[in-house]
Ligand binder design. Structure first.
Ligand SMILES: [Cu+2]
Length: 285
């Protein structure tokens, strides 16, 4: 069959692999830095805290590793579409290729190395001050230096905050001092909530009866969004607020003002504790 000859020859031409790999390497070398640079500007959650910056750095690395993988798929797809296209309109099967040990082994080695590298990298990064995640009552990744403890209490349907170093003061809004390391103690009084301070790079589940610790190192004064990130009942969607990072002197003034404002009701508050009654087991009867 004369018509079959050109495409069969094309399929067996050993330079296809080299051409494809060459195009892929060229594309990767050119596009990966551009993609990482462009993505770096928009990758959440931004640079308002050290944890947020670390998350952006991690996501940039993941983008850097995954861009060449995506480019290989695209290059392979385009190359086969263009080069191996049936030009004569004849319906005909391609050669019955059952496998290629070299390609298969190379593919398994490269993808395994990429996944393992990212797993090691991810674990290492997670151990850097906890990366803004809730670590439970006994945190493993504890940052050094002094920390301001702040308790986050979730309840249907708002968050309140207590400052144990300021007499257990409870406030309806979150204000934090700039350039400080904060030790968040996240708990709940009823359902499971999740304290998600997006721009701070912090997300920690609020479980009743549990003290969930998360760390965040603040930078300069700013504002940030707070959302409940766990469907917690009818008004879950209304469980949001705007928090503030203010200068050390503004923070001291705010604490004084809050203490004065909430002084009349403070006697009715339970003493500061890592978690509060009702204990979930006792509530269940
Ligand atoms: Cu909630």
């Amino acid at each position: 069959m004369a018509a079959a000859a050109p495409s069969t020859r094309a399929a067996r031409d050993p330079s296809h692999g080299r051409r494809l790999i060459g195009a892929w390497i060229l594309l990767s070398v050119i596009l990966t830095p551009i993609v990482v640079w462009l993505a770096g500007k928009v990758i959440p959650p931004g640079n308002k805290t050290h944890q947020a910056s670390e998350q952006v750095f991690d996501n940039q690395w993941i983008v850097a590793v995954s861009t060449p993988v995506a480019l290989l798929m695209i290059a392979f797809f385009l190359y086969t579409l263009i080069v191996f296209r049936a030009r004569d309109g004849e319906l005909r099967d391609g050669p019955p290729i059952r496998g290629d040990a070299r390609i298969q082994i190379t593919w398994i080695v490269i993808t395994s190395a990429a996944v393992l590298t990212l797993a090691v990298f991810g674990t290492y990064e997670l151990l850097q001050n906890g990366a803004g995640g809730g670590q439970g009552p006994d945190p493993v990744a504890v940052p050094s230096g002094s920390k301001l403890p702040v308790q986050v209490i979730g309840q249907q349907w708002e968050f309140t905050y207590r400052y144990p170093t300021y007499g257990g003061l409870e406030t309806p809004h979150l204000v934090l001092p700039a350039d400080r390391q904060i030790e968040l103690h996240v708990t709940s009084l009823d359902a499971i909530h999740s304290f998600w301070a997006y721009e701070l790079g912090v997300k920690a589940d609020a479980n009743p009866g549990v003290d969930n610790v998360a760390y965040v190192k603040l930078k300069s004064p700013t504002t940030f969004h707070i959302h409940c990130a766990e469907l917690c009942g009818l008004w879950h969607g209304y469980m949001f607020d705007t928090g503030k990072v203010v200068s050390q002197s503004d923070f001291a003034a705010w604490i004084k003002q809050q203490q004065a404002q909430f002084q009349p009701v403070s006697q009715y508050l339970p003493r500061y504790a890592r978690s509060y009654y009702p204990d979930p087991q006792r509530r269940a009867g």
